[in-house]
Write a protein that binds this ligand. Structure first.
Ligand SMILES: *Cc1c(COP(=O)(O)O)cnc(C)c1O
Length: 412
């Protein structure tokens, strides 16, 4: 039996992930494999750790990827710190807050949630008051909610958590590499990023970082590996009294020993994905963090100008808008999935729908990483206008591209 050559269409991907991958990253992925303890490879591991520290703006010793999609990083972080019965506070302002809640529950946490209306975020004081009231061991929160296009300010919560002896763990999967994520300045104890969003690397790794406060909890829960344990280890393990970390694959104490100087064997590192991540980070650092964040803001401004000139309404509170996800309210009488389908099949453009209460009400247009380019913004605006006209929507015609071009031609 024979199958045709792999031949995927070339798409313009304007979703909140996965996004287009820089051709340099795709080339790096075809680099020959080397063994995971080959010095040529351990050098690459060390370089990736160093570049991740720059990206996260941290002096943390630990910054490395977990193999698996972003939720593997979230799960590794949470399962390594949560002991059954621990109180965890999860402020929820969209779908990914429920994911954090669910993972915490699976590992036996007593989860306390706070909710606010979708399309908005929390006043940080509300969260801090709740931390004070319930004294959780951990507060776990999303930074950029791709489901609602909102970004939670985090510059005050961490300092308060530190004072109240609570660990702050942040899902910055959508924001890392697109907008500032200041791990040390914001007193974030553990943070998870993603590859397939603003880093423009394929999905399949989750870069994380954590500080010595998290490390202390993890080390106290370290399970002794059979076969290499000493008597002393075994006594300590008995004292652990079943509070050891319950996952092997996601045990951060083992991942530390693998990524750190001990280089103890754990999983087989995802060689080609690490090449990809290294190249994605190298591109990012060549561009510069500030230049990259400004690029995301600049294209966001052009996209918004075009959407509004067409007469469409944005969804969500503008003050907390996530720069790399623009949510557009579906105009009355328009079938949202038919618009998406025509964009894909006639123009090769993918935009996203949404989840739960927002499904069918908004489209989400992503402008992340390598997808966040002038030609993509202009293309999606022109195509959306054409498709909406074909669907009988009342839109201002001929204005969107002009408004976006005005933004691009402004003097800087
Ligand atoms: C995309 C996303 C995730 C999940 O990432 P996967 O790679 O699909 O596991 C988690 N949190 C947020 C905020 C995201 O945007």
């Amino acid at each position: 039996m024979t199958y045709r050559d792999l031949n995927t269409p070339l798409r313009t991907i304007m979703t909140p992930g996965p996004v287009e991958v820089d051709p340099r990253v795709l080339r790096a992925m075809s680099t020959p494999i080397v063994g995971q303890f080959d010095p040529a490879f351990t050098t690459i591991m060390n370089e990736v750790m160093e570049m991740l520290r720059h990206l996260f703006q941290t002096k943390n010793k630990w910054a490395f990827p977990v193999d698996g999609t972003s939720r593997s990083g979230i799960e590794a972080m949470l399962c390594s710190v949560i002991e059954p019965g621990d109180k965890v506070l999860v402020p929820i302002f969209g779908r990914f807050g429920y994911l954090l809640t669910e993972i915490c529950e699976r590992y036996g946490a007593e989860v306390h949630t706070l909710e606010c209306e979708w399309g908005t975020v929390f006043d940080q004081k509300v969260i801090i008051d709740e931390v004070r009231r319930i004294s959780p061991k951990i507060t776990a929160i999303v930074h950029g909610e791709t489901s609602t296009g909102c970004m939670q300010p985090l510059d005050q919560i961490g300092a308060a958590c530190r004072e109240l002896d609570c660990l702050l763990i942040v899902d910055a999967v959508a924001t890392t590499g697109g907008t500032p994520v200041k791990v040390d300045e914001w007193f974030i104890d553990g943070l998870i990023a993603g590859t397939q969003k603003c880093l423009s690397v394929p999905s399949g790794m989750a870069p994380i970082t954590f500080n010595d406060r998290v490390e202390k909890v993890i080390n106290a829960r370290k399970k002794v590996e059979r076969g290499i344990s000493t008597d002393e280890d075994r006594i300590r393990e008995q004292q652990l009294n079943h509070s050891f970390i319950k996952s092997n694959y996601f045990d951060l104490s083992m991942l530390q020993d693998y990524w750190g100087p001990r280089r103890l064997n754990h999983h087989t590192e995802a060689t080609s994905m690490l090449y990809a991540l290294r190249e994605g980070l190298r591109i990012l650092l060549e561009e510069g963090l500030d230049a990259r964040f400004n690029r995301h803001l600049h294209h966001e401004r052009a996209l918004i100008a075009g959407i509004e000139a067409m007469g469409l309404a944005l969804y969500g509170n503008r003050e907390c808008k996530l720069p790399m996800v623009t949510c557009v309210t579906v105009p009355a009488g328009v079938e949202p999935e038919s618009v998406r389908s025509m964009l894909l099949h006639e123009f090769g453009i993918e935009i996203a729908s949404s989840f739960g209460p927002l499904h069918g009400k908004i489209w989400r247009i992503g402008s992340m990483g390598y997808s966040c380019r002038k030609e993509n913004i202009l293309f999606v605006l022109g195509a959306l206008e054409a498709v909406l006209i074909r669907h009988g929507a009342k839109v201002e015609t001929g204005k969107a591209l002009q408004a976006a071009l005005d933004v691009y031609q402004e003097k800087i």
